[in-house]
Ligand binder design. Sequence first.
Ligand code: GLU
Length: 220
Amino acid sequence: MCGIVGYIGKNQAAPILLEGLSKLEYRGYDSAGIAVYNNNELEVAKSKGKLAVLSEKIDGGKKLGGNMGIGHTRWATHGQATEANAHPHTSANGRLILVHNGVIENYLQIKDEYLSGDTFKGETDTEIAVHLIGHFVDEGNSVLDAFKKALHIIQGSYAFALVDSENPDTIYVAKNKSPLLIGIGNGYNMVCSDAMAMIRETSEFMEIHDKELVVLTKDS
Ligand code: GLU
């Protein structure tokens, strides 16, 4: 199980995400990626292999402006260690972006029951989760309600951080049997799988319990 970092606040997010992910490297991983809200859209950068490869691609984060984003290091459980399978993953409608640590046990049932018309870019259980949330948004639910509906269906272990390309002011997070905690700052907040990754930014943490969902903004 590898790492998740999220940041929402006033500073440039990408370098903070890369720094946070570097603190999680000791946990082991095979690929890494980030999504940052920049110029009114979510920009995704990911790569197979070491974090340094990703970092070089985006010039240490300097290439990506924006004050909100999520990052991930992956330890493949479903699908090869490829760039296509690296997180973040995107919903079919392109609107939602998700990172995940853990294993979704009923991903094949979800695919059959709800997503039979969808095409997927990779082979991960995670991509099915974000398509499921997107499916509920397409049915007319808010992102929060769609996320809740999906969490009622998803079985297994997860630490999730979800962002919406139509809302730069919110990161949605949830966990079950995978580590994830909130870091509280003044005018910014963070989410992370390990306090180590936020230690430069804050020393105030808040636990997330299993099956809780947290809506994170820069002030709350
Ligand atoms: N099960 C997911 C995958 O294979 C997440 C793995 C992880 O925890 O990094 O992509």
